[in-house]
Design a protein around this ligand. Structure first.
Ligand code: ADP
Ligand code: MG
Length: 595
């Protein structure tokens, strides 16, 4: 007797379901994708008990006639592709023709559907893959799918489900993805009879994000600047400005041609784009949309269509890195606008003597740049006494009419510079600010003339594993540009005789091994430059003004002015904020002047 046989249809569907239907959230994903493909403008999702006892998706899409409805439950039945050429350029969310039969094979399933003009709709009941009833019904046009008792006939799969809460949260996240990807569609999500969210159709992404996450987040998002209008890859969306980050990846959303995908490539590109604008271990907030020729992405690489393969991954990566970098730098302009003149010039400055000296935050005595000793004076009075001396900072674009003003009030706890601007109070962490300034100076120097380096007293040699050695060989020029005097010294052996001046490294070989370890994870030469940045970021900290380092007024003023001229003034090279704005509105709220 032959040992090989064809699987019965239902069993084959259950096998397919193993990949496609992992949990209630995957049911929701497949059903909502079908609704979107059907042109729905409104989608309602309801789950009970984590979706394990019920998932129901109702849409007002195109619906199906009876024959199509029956066919849709067959394996490999789809209206979305016909030929191999179609498969090479998918424009719909679905195309595998597997979801409905798979879901129906592992649940008690009910489909009702009606085309807009049709006299009657169709209802089909399925249990464990077997069609039990087909009849006419009078439903509204569109489609409604009910999935009850998921995995009731596969107890082993059921055991893998998590708590109802966890499953609900997975579904909610899934719906966030879909709702973000399609702001033009209205969504309702009901969990155990309670409305979790109700999103009206929105005319743009920003409104949708506001409805999902609230205004506070939206105000800290920047519109992504696509590097080039005519490029093959268009990038759009909203991303968190520097300093906005999360402890998880839950708000790091990426879409490729409207499809939410998980992509290590995009994750790495985002990380690189944010680079020093992100704290270690934190994730950026992104709602990023890539649009490219469907033929340039293969979406047929993952059964749940969660991943894609790019035909030109390097180009995608570079475009993303560039547009993120550009967007963050652009966000700086907007941010600088906040430093406008205070609404009213201070005509009657409060007299200094109104503040008893011991209460003054900081008293400075020192020697100025020319060597004159300056009078010990409380800087708290400075801005007030000489309010005409408000610091004017030239905006990056040189627009004269748009001078930005701030006024230094004083220093708190020998660390935080207090400033006033049009919006209220600004607190600057002088240490973080100085780090950012030094970082950008050194980086500019590195880019323009290479990093000045200093000879080691004794050149040192060290061995590397062959793979690392090969990498170093290929990147000797980059390393030298970073101020590292390194050359080959025999097979897999290298000699190093100088290091960047600004480094204070006690063990050059250990330092080199660290640098190379970092390089190993970076994949191209632009990353090598990033590594140079990393190197600088790690070391500027040691050189920057510390908390408790008293600064003179002029120094503070210069610090602030230099900070405002930085590319990314609002965070230090480690991603920590350099300044915090407390608006007059917030103060009014705190003092109960306004509710
Ligand atoms: P796929 O989406 O990959 O084509 P499915 O099994 O998910 O496969 O669906 C099979 C077919 O059923 C779809 O191609 C579509 O024509 C039809 N269909 C499924 N859901 C809907 C819906 N909500 N509205 C209209 N047609 C639908
Ligand atoms: Mg589908």
């Amino acid at each position: 007797m032959s040992r090989i046989h064809l699987l019965p249809e239902i069993l084959a569907s259950q096998v397919a379901a193993g990949e496609v239907v992992e949990r209630p959230a995957s049911v929701v994903k497949e059903l909502v994708e079908n609704s979107i493909d059907a042109g729905a403008r409104q989608i309602e999702v309801m789950i009970c008990r984590g979706g394990i006892s019920l998932v129901r998706v109702i849409d007002n899409g195109c619906g199906m006639e009876r024959d199509d409805a029956l066919l849709s439950l067959e394996r490999h039945a789809t209206s979305k592709i016909r030929t191999a050429a179609d498969l090479a350029a998918i424009a719909t969310l679905g195309f595998r023709g597997e979801a409905l039969p798979s879901i129906a094979s592992v649940s008690r399933f009910r489909l009702t559907t009606r085309e807009a003009g049709a006299a009657a709709g169709t209802e089909i009941l399925v249990a464990g893959g077997r069609i039990e009833t087909v009849r006419d019904v009078g439903e509204a046009s569109g489609t409604q799918v009910e999935v009850r008792s998921l995995f009731y006939n596969l107890p082993a799969r059921r055991k893998f489900l998590r708590s109802e809460n966890t499953e609900s949260r997975n579904t909610e996240h899934q719906l966030h993805l879909q709702a973000t990807g399609h702001p033009e569609i209205a969504f309702v999500f009901v969990r155990d009879e309670r409305v979790v969210f109700q999103l009206p159709a929105a005319s743009n992404l920003r409104d949708r994000i506001r409805d999902l996450h609230g205004n506070e987040l939206v105000e800290r998002l920047l519109e992504v600047e696509s590097p080039n209008e005519n490029a093959k890859i268009q990038i759009s969306g909203l991303i968190g400005q520097a300093g906005v980050s999360r402890q998880t990846r839950a708000q790091q959303l990426t879409f490729v041609n409207g499809r939410a995908i998980e992509s290590p490539l995009l994750t790495a590109a985002l990380r690189e784009g944010y680079h020093t604008a992100l704290m270690k271990g934190q994730f950026p907030v992104t709602f990023l949309f890539l649009t490219l020729d469907p033929a340039a992405v293969d979406v047929n690489v993952h059964p749940a269509k969660r991943e894609v393969r790019f035909r030109d991954p390097v180009a995608v990566r570079e475009m993303v890195v560039e547009s993120i970098g550009r967007t963050l730098a652009g966000g700086r302009r907007e941010w600088q606008q906040q430093f406008r003149a205070p609404p009213l010039p201070v005509t009657n400055p409060p007299s200094v003597s109104a503040f008893p000296d011991r209460n003054l935050p900081h008293v400075i005595a020192g020697v100025d740049d020319l060597g004159h000793s300056s009078i010990a004076r409380p800087i708290v009075s400075r801005g007030r006494e000489e309010s005409h001396k408000q610091t004017n900072v030239r905006p990056a674009d040189g627009a004269k009419a748009n001078h930005q003003h701030f006024e230094i009030i004083g220093v708190l706890n020998k660390l935080y510079v207090l400033m006033e601007n049009a919006d209220g109070l600004v607190l600057v962490d002088q240490h973080a600010a100085h780090e950012r300034i030094l970082f950008e100076q050194l980086r500019r120097r590195m880019e323009e003339q290479g990093v000045p380096s200093q000879r080691l007293l004794l050149p040192q040699t060290f061995d590397l594993a062959p793979r690392d050695a090969e990498w170093v060989e290929r990147n000797l020029a980059t390393l030298q540009k970073m101020g590292i005097g390194i050359e080959a010294f025999g097979p897999n052996t290298f000699k190093i005789d100088s290091l960047p001046t600004f480094l204070s490294v006690s063990d050059p070989i250990r330092f080199m091994r660290e640098v190379i370890d970092g390089l190993k994870s970076a994949s191209n030469s632009s990353s090598a430059l990033r590594l140079g940045e990393d190197m600088i970021a790690k070391t500027v900290c040691r050189h920057a003004v510390k908390a408790n380092d008293p600064l003179r007024y002029l120094e503070i003023e210069k610090l602030i002015r230099d900070l405002l001229e930085c590319d990314l003034p609002y965070c230090c090279p480690h991603g920590r904020p350099t300044m915090i704005q407390i608006s007059l509105g917030e103060l009014e709220k705190k003092f109960g002047r306004k509710v």
